[in-house]
Design a protein around this ligand. Structure first.
Ligand SMILES: [Fe+2]
Ligand SMILES: [Fe+2]
Length: 196
């Protein structure tokens, strides 16, 4: 497997996290309340899978291969975008703390979840265009060396047990979002029936 295909596989998981963050932003906007434990899990997925693992693979070994080539500036720009993602995640964390303290305003939590989704949409589209140029200029042997570095990062930061716990957290959150959405639809239908 090439290093690029490996990152594309990570992106499938990142997109699931993105969809969950979007779903919780919508639930919070419509309910004016924050399902705290679930949002904490979204933050764990962002911090552990996206930032500490996936962004690290890109920054520590994938991007540096194009240093000194025409792709260097674009790789640097993508790494700078990661900083934006980190900043939004920190603000989500502190807005969640504020909500835990006084429970008066859920909107900033929803806003930061939405901002993170928007960051991911822009960043991943740009990065997937970068992948095409990368594959055109980084040969198989260099990609194999990047894969060796990815294996070392995986051993250190995402062993099988941790990956499985990330994936079951994802399943769990997708399940509870689906249930919450069903109950919102159920309530709306009930209100419609009463109005008839
Ligand atoms: Fe990235
Ligand atoms: Fe990425």
């Amino acid at each position: 497997m090439s290093a690029t295909s490996n990152l594309k596989e990570d992106h499938l998981i990142v997109r699931r996290i993105r969809n969950i963050a979007k779903g919780y932003a919508e639930i919070i906007y419509s309910s004016n309340s924050v399902p705290v434990d679930d949002v904490k899990k979204v933050l764990i997925l962002i911090e552990v899978f996206i930032d500490a693992y996936h962004h690290c693979k890109e920054e520590c070994s994938y991007f540096p291969v194009v240093n000194g080539t025409m792709l260097e500036d674009e790789a640097k720009a993508l790494a700078i975008e990661h900083e934006l993602g980190r900043r939004i995640a920190r603000m989500l964390n502190s807005n969640l703390d504020l909500w835990l303290r006084d429970g008066s305003n859920s909107e900033p939590v929803a806003r930061m979840l939405k901002a993170y989704v928007e960051y991911l949409d822009v960043h991943m589209d740009r990065e997937e265009r970068f992948f095409l140029s990368y594959d055109a200029s980084v040969n198989e042997h260099e990609q194999e060396q990047v894969m060796d570095a990815f294996d070392a990062i995986r051993k250190e930061r995402m062993d099988d047990a941790r990956l499985n716990s990330m994936l079951s957290m994802l399943d769990e959150l997708e399940g509870s979002l689906a249930r919450m959405k069903e109950s919102v639809v159920g309530k709306e239908e009930g209100m419609e029936q009463e109005g008839k």
